[in-house]
Design a binder for this molecule. Sequence first.
Ligand code: ADP
Length: 529
Amino acid sequence: MTTEAPPTTFEGLMMRTPLLVRSIAERAEQLFGPREVVSITSDGAERSTYGEVVERARRLASALRELGIRPGDRVATFGWNSRRHLELYLAVPSMGAVLHTLNIRLFEDDLRYVVAHAEDRVIFLDASLAHVMPRFEGVEHEVLMPDSDGERPGALPYEELINSGDPGFEFVDVDENAAAAMCYTSGTTGRPKGVVYSHRSTVLHTLLTNQADGPGLRERDVALPIVPMFHANAWGLPYAAAMAGSKIVLPGPRMEPDSLAGLIASERVTFAAGVPTIWQAIGQLEPAPDLSSVKRIVCGGSAVPEALMRLYDERFGVPVIQAWGMTETSPMASVCRVPSDGPEGDEAYAIRALQGRVVPLVDFRVDPEAGGELQVRGPTIAHAYYNDESGAQKFTDDGWLRTGDVAEVLPGAMIKLVDRTKDLVKSGGEWISSVELENAIMAHPDVVEAAVVAVPDERWDERPLACVVCGPDSDLDCDQLRTFLRDKVAKWWIPERVEFINEVPKTSVGKFDKKVLRQQVAEGKLGGD
Ligand code: ADP
């Protein structure tokens, strides 16, 4: 399969109905009108329904039109996971404009760059974030969403905009390849790069998300996307929930582990998704939270430690399913399910800790020339960045996305991510996978978090430095940890440098921020002998 459609010789006689985000909104409205949408604000839970949400999306779309927003214009958001954010997810693409979700945790300098680069015309912001969002030049309107008491002089009140809008507004048809949304990568290297999702890629991604072997949302599910709507479309879950008619629970600014656990219990959540760090924190809560309603958790964004899966099985009886993806891949690109001929019981963990099989429509290869880099292509994969020539190196000449992840392919086409190309540790000419070493360290019962980075070494060129966070009552020391690792990793992998730290620095989306650790090493604050 190629990335371009080849010429047709004998045409199929099926309708050429474009794949559009409006169809997701219209389906939710028509089939699941009374199904609940729960959104947490500083005043507690706001309860509404898909029927109300889509009617408000119509009003919003017409009000945006009145504001002068035209097809192709960028409409930005700066907000938590909320009902109003969901209304924007549905309204903006369905009036032909492009939803640009701003990452609220980006550094101000990057935010300014991103807003200017995308040429955002309007920004919708949560009142609870009004004090942190800078003023951007070139943005014509700010609209304040009332999730708390925060103020923003000059901003239009969201509810007034809704009231002024036409509830009978007809969503517009656009080409299915037209832009629907954009999201900038967090810029672990260089400037953030703009990924532009099309209507077609969004609809296809929504369909594949709801495959039974994927997150597989159903009408009877109660879905809690903890992954933020400001990063990689909350893994597409708002659209997946709306298409399936699942009740959706949106946690707003209440992202603390105990609030999330309380919400899971009170709303009887059946499906939740988030990065490993959040599940780690919820899993450690004392007394044990009530997760009895939860049927499955999807976890990804960084490698899911086997220890985390064991914790959830043993403490809560809840399976944690690993998924892999990146902003450029919509983002869900692989999901791990133990195959029918795979092992069961304890041995299944070795399989469950893999990144799994690619999702439908996505093709993959591992390029030995590029150090074992995983490359992917397909209709839900970006083929370029928005107005960014420096980004061209992320794509191969024959049309694949270079993921920057190093992978092995195991029997059954199961993908095992070994590391990020830039995170590998090269010791004596051989590679050490920082991820595998972290997982082995995190299997120690006293260890809460561990991040491994390379430090320069005279003899071996590089050696791993383990930065380890222990539980409050632990007196684990370097020697004990090394002894623990003896039967878990190759002898030469065992780090002689271990730093016990209070917390692993995190990126804007809660992943270990190795850039910060490396900087601390460079400044001599960490890893000294
Ligand atoms: P960034 O973190 O650079 O902003 P993304 O949020 O798009 O970018 O993250 C994509 C990267 O996250 C992947 O390339 C991969 O390195 C990492 N990642 C995502 N899911 C997993 C997973 N299940 N296991 C290991 N790494 C993962």
